[in-house]
Design a protein around this ligand. Structure first.
Ligand code: NAD
Ligand code: TYD
Length: 361
């Protein structure tokens, strides 16, 4: 019997949507978006297999991948993308058709305390992955990037893919550097790389250092809600599942070398988000504390994702109102998950970031 072809390519050689039995390496898979993406892929495609790689930093949590162990299409690999030795071992033992890189240090406030691990993972780590793509001939590399690489907007307008790269904090600077390394790998070595830049995500499994899960957890425990500055900084919010579907469409359909913005089309001031959470939990606004602002705090983000909609036919499926209600519900139903996360190192982190700020109010 003739062997079934591994890939059935569409007429356009670069169009991956007809790939069969694609094996994807998902890095940062035990984090917030990575774990949601692993579940999304396994849920959407019977013939996909996923190698979920993570070094399990404070933000990586095997509980985020609970229940997937029994799935033959899933395997977990503990490895550090910034270690050439780890990467040599992983790529020597597996053959991947595509890599989706979520692995990163991701919290702006932590990058303001110490940027070194951000440089290590977000820059060296990405270059390591690109080197392996080149060495092993991996067909596709998707770098998951962020709107923060563009810096801050004034009162009007949105970021397009042509907006200048002007990061304002160490996290954003390392993500911007990674985007440039990916561009260079595409231009110099023909690595079939693509970049997605997404707005602020929210949803299940988000580490409670980020605005939405932090405010939900604090409000549930009747703790103060620390809002930076005047609370009028604007973020564009997208439900994590909509981000996953966008990454999936770019992974399978984009031409190499392209960049796509991903936005939720819901840009609102932080204070509005915080008050929405309090309302959903039936908690008083007196829990809100306006605290000293974050240094270099970007005033406004808003994403224009027209290119992704028009070229690849993507759209969001969730409204902010239904998604925030579902997210609040998830945190209420999974209190054990975030209570376990908010112990140990987290307690020290919280005290060093918020202790003085909250005392001086
Ligand atoms: P997260 O912090 O929840 O998860 C990051 C994961 O990467 C963790 O599981 C961590 O253990 C892992 N990791 C860190 N260093 C590693 C290393 N050296 N080797 C292997 N694994 C390592 O972050 P997230 O919110 O899920 O973000 C995922 C990606 O999406 C990041 O690249 C981030 O820049 C990007 N992004 C996030 C948002 C957002 O709103 N959260 C928005 C746009 C883009
Ligand atoms: P965050 O979730 O850290 O994401 P990012 O900095 O990547 O946008 O913060 C979202 C917004 O919420 C940002 O404007 C900072 C603000 N913020 C607060 O006001 N208080 C907080 O305790 C945190 C964590 C964030």
């Amino acid at each position: 019997m003739e062997a079934e072809p591994k890939f059935e390519l569409a007429s356009n050689r670069n169009e991956l949507r007809y790939w069969r039995r694609m094996k994807i390496l998902v890095t940062g898979a035990a984090g917030f978006i990575g774990s949601n993406f692993v579940r999304y892929e396994l849920g959407q495609y019977a013939d996909v297999s996923v190698a979920a790689l993570d070094s399990l930093t404070y933000a990586g949590n095997m509980e985020n991948l609970a229940g997937l162990d029994g799935d033959k299409r899933f395997e977990f690999i503990k490895a550090d993308i910034s270690s050439p030795i780890d990467m040599g071992r992983v790529f020597g033992a597996h053959e991947f058709d595509a890599i989706v890189n979520f692995a990163a240090e991701t919290h702006v406030d932590r990058s303001l305390m110490d940027a070194s691990i951000f440089i290590q993972t977000n820059m060296f780590g990405v270059q390591n992955l690109l080197d392996q793509c080149r060495k092993r001939g991996v067909r596709r590399f998707l770098q998951v990037s962020t709107d923060e690489v563009y810096g801050s907007l004034g009162a009007e307008g949105k970021f397009s893919e042509d907006s200048p790269i002007q990061p304002n904090n160490p996290y954003a600077a390392t993500k911007a550097a990674a985007d440039l390394l990916v561009r260079a790998a595409y231009k110099s070595h023909g690595i079939e790389a693509v970049i997605t830049r997404c707005a602020n995500n929210f949803g299940p499994y988000q580490f409670p250092e980020k605005l939405i899960p932090l405010m939900i957890a604090n409000a549930v425990e009747d703790k103060q809600l620390p809002v930076y500055g005047d609370g009028m900084h604007v973020r564009d919010w997208i439900y994590v599942e909509d981000h996953c579907s966008a990454v999936d469409v770019v992974l399978r359909k984009s031409e190499p070398g392209k960049i796509y913005n991903i936005g939720g089309n819901h840009d609102v001031p932080n204070i509005h988000v915080v008050k929405t959470i309090l309302k959903a939990l039936d908690k008083p606004e007196s829990l809100i504390r306006y605290v000293a602002d974050r240094p270099g705090h970007d005033r406004r983000y808003a994403m224009d994702s027209l290119k992704l909609r028009e070229e690849l036919g993507w759209d969001t499926k969730h409204t902010f109102d239904t998604a925030i209600a579902a997210t609040v519900r998830w945190y209420l139903d999974n209190r054990g998950w975030w209570e376990r996360v908010r112990s140990g190192e987290y307690v020290k982190y919280y005290e060093s970031l918020y202790g003085e700020r909250l005392k001086s109010q």
